[in-house]
Ligand binder design. Structure first.
Ligand code: ADP
Ligand code: MG
Length: 394
């Protein structure tokens, strides 16, 4: 891929940047304030760069699913309040993202200042990628900066449509996501080890297909490993199993002997009985009434060793039902092995990122992706419409 144009390629003096950020953050049910500001902080490098280089900065985002209607529950006002605290100077807020209210909010800021406009999804035209609406958004400034990697897999007016009306370039977060994950896929430091888990093979089939020919080793855990164990001829009791995908699993296992499956697992007879003590056993010793909830300690150690020896590790999907502490060890061990490894370490996926944060090692990894669905589609090898729309002739 030619080099993506970024905010570093523009002379910002006198210009207004229309920046699509992903401020889709959780709000506290009681106080309505921002409950987790990770996504806001992730956009700060871009915002600080633009401010320092004299741009006027107009921010667009969605929040939740207001389904094209104005709904106070999904207002971005609390996000403006939190952003102001993080920037150290209050952040003005425009009560609409297009029209009079938007235009006057934008006119009120000077160079180096930031304004956040109201939820783009209050307009049905946003998700419909309506060209007229995109043209209205384009009137807010001179250059379109997309820093919303988490929404890049959606072709909406503020993520894709805008690029047809203004020069479109990447923000620093978008650049980091694309370059880090893209390098791992296309030009990895070897050995390249992928760790894939999560509930089902069916939801990760495209990921496995795209990775199998690129990686040196593919470590499979989580519920999806059960289907592979079955393909190896083992009984998985009452565990999650996708019988129709057993032949697919068998085919993948034949592709170059790269797949490493659990040799032991943690099982229980009742997932809901939190007071029962699960047992670890060999993967071929699961009883007919037992359910696999996690990889076993020997597997976790083997996976850890492969991660230690890697040049690049890409991880998507937890190794077990980590939400239950009885089945969290495998996932936490993998997280710690990643943190201890000298490899380039990348984690993508909603629950996987949550697990890495739970393990307290997020800051010890090379890259923790801010995009759940977007990073999954990227790892699947799909072209993300929000990325494809950016200029790459710089
Ligand atoms: P990510 O969001 O990181 O891409 P997924 O959404 O694919 O991950 O999968 C996460 C879910 O997989 C978790 O909620 C976890 O409970 C579930 N899971 C992991 N291992 C098992 C298992 N052995 N049986 C059932 N569910 C599992
Ligand atoms: Mg998930």
């Amino acid at each position: 891929m030619a080099r993506l144009c970024t905010i570093r390629d523009v002379d910002w003096r006198g210009k207004t940047a229309v920046v699509r950020v992903d401020f889709n953050v959780p709000l506290g049910r009681q106080d309505g304030r921002v409950a987790d500001d990770t996504r806001i902080r992730a956009a700060l490098p871009t915002l600080q760069y633009l401010r320092q280089h004299g741009a006027r900065v107009v921010l667009l985002s969605h929040l939740g699913r207001p389904d094209g209607k104005r709904d106070a529950k999904y207002s971005l006002q609390p996000v403006a309040d939190r952003l102001g605290e993080l920037l150290g100077s209050s952040c003005p807020f425009g009560s609409d993202c297009v029209g009079q209210a938007a235009q006057s909010a934008v006119r009120a800021i000077g160079p180096g200042e930031v304004v956040l406009l109201e939820n783009v999804r209050f307009h049905p035209e946003e998700e419909a990628n309506d060209p007229g609406f995109a043209a209205d958004l384009a009137r807010l400034g001179d250059v379109f900066v997309n820093d919303a990697f988490g929404t890049a897999h959606r072709a909406h007016a503020s993520t894709e449509g805008l690029a047809h009306h203004l020069p479109a370039i990447a923000g620093l977060l978008m650049e980091k996501e694309i370059v880090t994950i893209g390098e791992a896929l296309d030009n990895p430091k070897r050995p390249f080890v992928a760790v894939v888990g999560g509930a089902k093979v069916s939801s990760k089939l495209a990921v496995l297909e795209n990775l199998i020919d690129r990686v040196d080793r593919l470590l499979i855990g989580g519920g999806m490993a059960n289907t592979f164990l079955a393909a190896r001829g083992e009984q998985v009791g009452r565990s999650l199993l996708e019988a129709d995908l057993v032949p697919t699993a068998r085919d993948l296992m034949r592709r170059g002997d790269k797949i490493l499956l659990p040799s032991d697992v943690v099982v229980t007879t009742d997932l809901k009985a939190a007071d029962t003590q699960p047992r670890a056993c060999a993967s071929d010793a699961v009883g007919p009434d037992e359910i696999i909830g996690d990889i076993g300690p020997r597997t976790a150690a083997d996976f850890g060793q492969a991660i230690q020896a890697a040049g690049t590790v890409l991880w998507n999907g937890p190794m077990g039902i980590f939400e239950d502490p009885r089945f969290a060890d495998g996932t936490l061990q993998v997280a710690r092995a990643m943190a201890a490894s000298r490899a380039t370490t990348i984690v993508g996926g909603g629950e996987s990122v949550q697990a890495v944060e739970q393990a307290g090692v997020a800051d010890k990894l090379s890259h923790v992706s801010t995009g759940g669905g977007a990073s999954l589609e990227f790892i699947e090898g799909k072209v993300l419409p929000g990325v494809a729309a950016l200029r790459s002739d710089c």
